[in-house]
Design a protein around this ligand. Structure first.
Ligand code: SAH
Length: 233
């Protein structure tokens, strides 16, 4: 599961709204990485694979009820176009029913050749295409969005920033929240005094050992208070 050296991480997105990409992924260091070909982004418009005269991609749910469901036949064609048989990249469906996206998974995926991301809309997609095309359902949190596009951007941003050379310094993500099972410590920068508040003295002492200890304690306390579930893991 390790990408061939110099081969960029290749993301392919299947969506009804390709025009929203790269969106936020086109800005800052992630966008620079895209322009420098450290990673690539390809979008496939699901609508292009509709075959009836109305170019319909959805239909009413079997069993009744509100809303529309994306059709398995149209979606399967789009997936087969974006990800042919010999494609080794894992395929994900953004879905509130999926396993939660974690920093650990983002790390694992950053070593892959890339990912295929299917963005749902409406009530979701026909179960049979999830099965036949081996889509792994993945969620960005316990809430419901109107579509998978923003979730796909979240997932890609988490992965791409871990690809070597995308972030300026390769060290800059090692301290971050979740990397060591803890939330990150409080951060400060100049000015030394802000509206009567000062920076904790240790941080300006130049004593690296003490600074590391302060940060470790701060991290522990914060995690205990806000995310005790992380400490149990
Ligand atoms: N009826 C579905 C929700 C559909 S929301 C259900 O109750 O499970 C429409 C689309 O938005 C989904 O198909 C999915 O692609 C995307 N989406 C919504 N919430 C999401 C989440 N928390 N994580 C990832 N994708 C989500």
């Amino acid at each position: 599961m390790s990408r061939v050296a110099n081969k960029p991480f290749a993301a392919s997105i299947i969506t009804l709204f390709p025009e929203v990409f790269p969106g936020t992924l086109g800005t800052s260091v992630i966008g620079r990485g895209l322009r420098e070909n450290l990673w690539t982004l390809q979008t496939t418009n699901l609508r292009d694979f509709a075959f009836d005269k109305h170019r319909s991609v959805d239909d009413t749910p079997a069993g009744g009820g509100a809303g529309l469901v994306l059709r398995s036949d149209v979606l399967a064609k789009a997936i087969d176009f974006a990800s042919p048989k010999d494609d080794t990249r894992p395929r994900y469906l953004l879905s509130p029913r999926g396993k939660p996206l974690t920093q650990k998974l983002a790390h694992e995926l950053s070593h892959e050749d890339g990912v295929i991301l299917v963005c749902g809309r409406f009530e979701g997609i026909d179960q049979r295409v999830i099965k036949s095309r081996n889509l792994i359902e993945i969620s960005i949190g316990d809430y419901v969005l109107a579509g998978g596009e923003v979730a796909a951007m979240v997932m890609l941003e988490a992965i791409v920033r871990l690809i070597p050379n995308v972030l300026g310094s390769s060290l800059s993500h090692q301290d971050e929240s979740f990397e060591n099972g803890l939330l990150e410590y409080d951060q400060y920068t100049r000015p030394i005094e802000f509206e009567g508040q000062t920076i904790p003295k240790i941080l300006t002492s130049g004593n690296h050992k003490k600074i590391a200890k302060w940060r470790e304690e701060n991290s522990q306390n914060l995690t205990k208070k806000r995310r005790p579930d992380l400490l149990k893991k």
